[in-house]
Design a protein around this ligand. Structure first.
Ligand code: PLP
Length: 388
């Protein structure tokens, strides 16, 4: 599996705990305080300590952004008020006439932002099956300015070879942004594989406790950082200091949580696969999966996101499972310590037209699990009684 190739002598767990953590300069507080302020007093006009107005700079946000950069082996991090706000900022780098090549299977809210908001400003989105890099190459034109990947995808866990697409992107003079939400920086680092931007919904594994909405972008190029920072402060989708504190706190346990998500995910994926009532299990760790070789190459583990279909493909059969679990709560979102169950066709992916969904393999009966870090026997018993 891939290694982190940055200059830090520390292991990943140590980095995650100490990333960007400096004692507060005014008091020595070991944890960065919540700087709940909108502005900063200047000693004379234009004379200040680097902080003028909190849409532009906030010390709690700065501590988080530094930590986020370190987690993705990037030079810079930028935090946004949600994952889609982070995506929105990336698209605002573009101009009318520019083309974006993106994955046909991706988060429903990303698809909605592209089709319902940005298409009308003259930005063109070309959807391809990115699991075959040749499809990306075939879609490249002189106007290709951005390639948008998600891997593993939500909810079908399709795997795209980030390094292969990065090579195509570079040759095309395009930017490559990877939505790394499903893997988290603990399992995959797109910047190491040649991507220009790593994007996360920090609402999920980074926050890890289902108590905050936030997004972020990490990158290495200074010019790109300056452009995205300009968009962040001009458009104003910044997270509040309390939310930054929550994500800072969440990421301190990212490695321990992810290890347990991976262990529990492994056990549940294998349990489901053997179950006589189950048709297919989508999880990147099965050796007979199309994307397995690439997943092994670019990920350190396979995570806790699993989708499956029942042999009985009716919506009634799926509904029975969805409404019978007691530990797995029926809810959108993922990546928290508690387990969730979700019906993509009517919940997270309802904004994608049905024929598009079916074409991409997202059937009405598909059920998605975000496996939490509870005792795995309890989770399996819960699924057993719900599937029957
Ligand atoms: C949730 C999610 C987003 C959007 O993030 P929000 O924080 O909800 O705005 C984007 N991509 C993926 C893969 C997600 O799961």
């Amino acid at each position: 599996m891939s290694s982190t190739d940055n200059n830090s002598p520390w292991g990943l767990g140590t980095k995650i705990i100490h990333a960007g953590a400096v004692p507060d300069p005014s008091t020595g507080a070991i944890m960065t305080p919540i700087y709940q302020t909108s502005t900063y007093v200047q000693t004379a006009p234009g004379q200040h300590k680097g902080y003028e107005y909190a849409r532009s700079q906030n010390p709690t946000r700065k501590a988080l952004e530094d930590a986020l950069a370190i987690l993705e082996n990037g030079k810079y991090g930028l935090a946004f008020s949600s994952g889609v706000a982070a995506t929105d900022a990336v698209i605002k780098l573009l101009s009318p006439g520019d083309e974006v090549i993106c994955a046909s299977d991706m988060y429903g809210g990303t698809y909605r932002l592209f089709t319902k908001i940005f298409e009308k400003f003259g930005i063109k989105f070309i959807y391809v099956d990115t699991t075959n890099a040749a499809n990306v190459q075939a879609a490249v034109t002189a106007n290709t300015k951005l390639i948008w990947l998600e891997t593993p995808t939500n909810p079908l866990m399709n795997i795209t070879d980030i390094a292969a697409v990065a090579a195509i992107s570079k040759a095309a003079g395009s930017l490559l942004c990877v939505d790394n939400t499903f893997a988290s920086p603990y399992l995959q680092n797109p910047l190491n594989l040649g991507a220009d931007i790593a994007m996360h919904s920090a609402t999920k594994y980074l926050g890890g406790h289902s108590d905050v909405i936030q997004g972020c972008l990490m990158m290495n190029d200074t010019d790109l950082r300056d452009k995205l920072y300009f968009i962040q402060k001009s458009c104003g989708a910044v997270p509040g200091p309390m939310d930054c504190f929550l994500v800072l706190r969440g990421i301190k346990t990212l490695h321990v949580r992810m290890q347990r998500h991976c262990e529990n995910g492994f056990a549940i994926a294998h349990y489901l696969r053997k179950h006589p009532k189950i048709e297919k299990v989508y999880w990147p760790g099965f050796a007979d999966n199309a994307g397995y070789a690439v997943a092994r190459k670019q990920m350190r583990g396979f995570g806790g996101m699993i989708s499956f279909t029942l042999k009985d493909q009716t919506i009634e059969a799926a509904n029975k499972v969805l409404s019978s679990t007691k530990l797995f709560a029926l809810a959108e979102s993922l990546g928290g310590v508690e387990s969730l169950i979700n019906h993509p066709a009517s919940m997270t992916h309802a904004s994608i037209p049905r024929e598009e969904r079916i074409k991409n393999g997202l059937s009405d009966g598909l059920i998605r699990l975000s496996v939490g870090i509870e005792d795995v026997e309890d989770l399996i018993n819960d699924l057993e009684q719900a599937i029957g």
